[in-house]
Ligand binder design. Structure first.
Ligand code: HEM
Length: 418
């Protein structure tokens, strides 16, 4: 990756060095098994008691509303609540109405800056989300276990692709200028995802195959917070890696602020919403990673499925080894080895992987140029709008039952018929 560092755009040197976010993931992975945290603890880090509490806290307001209103898995509750329909579930409708009043700290100009950052550096952001946040994130076995329960990301290739495209659509909506204003598509999308998370949680809790004492509450506050940091801090670290220097401070701040607001909409408790500053984000990331990073068999399976994008026929996609090569540049060899990702051997795969990295890096550097960067921002925004417009499946009904084979104690559960 030396090429990436040498050729980089030279931004202001006082900007936060986000490579620490990537290094935190590498450090957390390298020290397994371990008895103590690999990070020095500061006032900004989360205390062990607060971390423990976050692992058993989910989203009580929304979770309870689902039961109180007897909302089933097919009803588009957010649309009926937001649209003020007479048949809207009353408890959820009150919560949705409250979320239409953003907190006083929301600065719409900063949100807009953050949305522009994502659109401007789109290839670097999406490459980082895929290789670093998503694949690297599956070294958190507790998170992988939840995701695997719905079978999307470890199903056949079409399902994996559909899930990735749906998340891309979500991102297209929340990064559209004005899209996060109350009742606009990005705002609605965030609430739909929050409700979808509640539905997954409810299914897992009810299935009795979920051992909350061993695996924590599914989609708990700590897991939500670290995933929010994977979408924000980790992405800034990937853009820095590819562009060769940190983004200007105002852009970093805007991008973090965007995710602070999205995190608020998704129900992350204020004390765990770390996108307030680079320092807090880094400290919280380290606190969460030191507990969560623990590669295991479920995460390995999901990471392979995501990189292989297996075809419906079961055949792995031809570019698997090339993707692994790129992925190793992001997550490091230690973590890639613990996820049992193969080391690409064929010269062709290594060559194509290198070319892909260089093109990504060169393109990301072009995105930093003042005039060309603005042009590319518009081109990328056009692509994002096309994606958002073509998404006919954006209602987020939860279409799948959790896959029983991924739940260790399923066979003991008398209520799961299979
Ligand atoms: C900031 C945090 C998060 C964001 C922005 C987010 C985003 C999303 C989006 C956009 C979807 C819809 C995808 C689709 O319909 O296919 C989704 C679904 C889902 N999410 Fe999250 N998510 C977050 C945190 C988490 C966490 C921490 C977990 C697990 C521990 C999780 C587990 C799931 C599951 C199981 C689904 C449903 C089915 C699936 O696609 O696998 N999410 N999330």
């Amino acid at each position: 990756m030396e090429f990436l560092r040498r050729g980089g755009w030279r931004g202001a040197t006082t900007d936060h060095d986000w490579s620490s976010a990537r290094r935190a993931l590498h450090a957390a992975a390298a020290l397994r098994p371990r008895s103590k945290s690999p990070f020095a603890c500061t006032d900004e880090h989360i205390s062990p008691d607060a971390l423990r509490a976050a692992r058993s806290t989910a989203d009580p307001l929304f979770d309870d509303a689902l039961d109180a209103d007897r909302i089933d898995d097919t009803c588009d509750a957010v649309a009926s609540c937001a649209g003020g329909a007479s048949y809207a579930p009353p408890v959820l409708a009150a919560l949705v109405a409250a979320l239409a009043h953003p907190p006083a700290w929301v600065d719409w100009d900063q949100v807009r800056v953050g949305q522009d950052v994502f659109a401007r550096y789109l290839p670097a952001c999406t490459a980082t989300l895929y290789h670093l946040s998503l694949v690297g994130g599956f070294s958190a076995e507790r998170i992988a276990r939840v995701v695997a329960s719905t079978g999307y990301l470890n199903g056949n290739g079409r399902d994996v692709l559909a899930r990735i495209l749906e998340t891309a659509t979500f991102l297209a909506h929340v990064t559209e200028p004005g899209g996060l204003r109350p009742h606009r598509p990005g705002w609605t999308a965030a609430l739909r995802v929050r409700l979808l998370h509640c539905r997954v949680r409810r299914r897992l809790r009810r299935s009795c195959a979920w051992d909350a004492r061993a695996w924590d509450e599914p989609i708990n506050a700590a897991q939500l917070a670290v995933t929010q940091l994977a979408f924000s801090a980790m992405v800034l670290s990937g853009v820095q890696l590819l562009a060769g220097a940190p983004l200007p401070q105002a852009q970093q701040d805007g991008y973090l602020h965007l995710w602070r607001y999205i995190g608020w909409l998704l129900g992350i408790p204020d004390e765990h919403n770390a996108c307030v500053s680079a320092r807090t984000a880094q400290a919280h990331l380290e606190s969460h990673l030191s507990y969560l990073i623990e590669p295991g068999p479920i995460g390995m399976g999901v990471a392979h499925a995501v990189l292989a994008l297996r075809l419906p026929s079961g055949e792995p996609e031809a570019r698997f080894a090339q993707r692994v090569h790129v992925c190793r540049a992001f997550i490091g060899d230690d973590l890639a080895d613990s996820l049992r990702l193969p080391r690409p051997r064929r010269a062709r795969d290594i060559f194509l992987g290198r070319i892909e990295l260089r093109l990504l890096s060169a393109y990301s550097q072009l995105c930093t140029l003042p005039v060309l960067g603005q042009v590319l921002l518009r081109v990328h925004r056009w692509g994002l709008r096309l994606l958002a417009a073509r998404s006919t499946r954006f209602g987020f009904p939860l279409r799948r039952e959790p896959l029983i084979e991924h739940m260790a104690r399923a066979s003991e559960c008398p209520f799961i018929a299979g």
